[in-house]
Design a protein around this ligand. Sequence first.
Ligand code: SF4
Length: 433
Amino acid sequence: MQERQNLSTPARPVRRGLMGFPSMPVENPEEKWSAAFGSDIDSPCTAYLHIPFCRSRCTFCNFYSGTGTKQEIADYAQLLIREIRDWGPRIRGTVNAVYFGGGSPGILAPGDVRSILSAVRSALPLANDAEITWETRIEDLDDAHLDATLENGVNRFSVGVQTFHTELRRALGRATAKEVILEAFQQTMKYNQAAVTVDLLYGLPGQTPELLADDLETVCRAGISGFSFYRFHVHPGLRLAEQIRAGQMPQVPPEEACFELYRLCTERMTAAGANKISFKHYAFGTRERNLYNAISAWKQPCIPFGLSAAGRLGGFRFKQTSSISDYRDLVLRGEKPVAAAGQMPKDFPVSARIGGELNCQMTLHPGSVLPFVPEPLRKRAAELLKEAAEVQVAKGTMFPEQFGGYRLTERGCFACPAVGSEIMEKFAEAWRK
Ligand code: SF4
């Protein structure tokens, strides 16, 4: 799933954070897109392709896109291919990672999967070692989809498991039993062509340490390449939130219990020798690179494709139209279906480095940030960064380490989004008069 697009209005500022920056909406998004897209990209770059259809609505999910008929999905696939073929060859850089998200890309018919992937591979300037991730529900990891994806360059699957606990999965609207999931992983891994990673959630309603421990044992034994470990938040408006309110589902664990769940994962993965490649991702062995997420964590350019897709380029965030009729008209006219753009704040390129470092390395090294601050602001920025880090040390979320750097404690890793936001907001004061 893609991070939420956040084109804030001046009346509703959004804080800087690991997931995004406040951006000022602009009135001429098409012009901004043309200028940004016409410039060379000299950094790592990703492409995000959105498939806005789901088979059904999962009760816990904030990314539901709506179901579609077979014909609507097939028509959408043709439009997406047209957009890829029109705009892919004009990217002025190298694409290091491609991510198919949704919705649920696995909903596409295998023939459309082949055509879309073929368009991506022929039209996009992919790096030789480009990561191509296919987000999928377990139900769609069938032979036909595996053949279609693996024969056409997919080298990483991201499977939304959430929990292996069959009863809890069913309460969340996921019908597949644990045994079926594990069998699907075995089938996928037999091909020996792609990393298989899963999303696990902690802080689910009624999730006890014992339930989570069982999930962690399962990921250790499943032979998969890695997993993401996301904290579950109940968003108002979700069916699950209503079920909790109505007493049909247990409450989510309180904050301190969630921290204990996070710590349980760290301890189990340390014992398993897993590699912690971000505050919320683990890798077993060497196949899992997590490249798309890592490049995104550093807020490097991202070229959006598809309905409602969001991207980042040239100091702007872009959001493509969410209207299928507008999308169709614009794509058929050969125009990029950008509907909104927001200008990033002046500190964005430097603050993004702080977010990337905290996210992926769980450290903060002023020495790797300050050289990128404009010289007149550097002294003030250095003071603010130290001040912000020392506040975190006092809170127990960071500790100083060698060479003037800081490292997140276990509690700091758990609270990484909040820690990152506080540090970046303080640091950005250097740009204010
Ligand atoms: S979890 Fe995936 S399939 Fe389920 S509603 Fe959300 S986006 Fe759709």
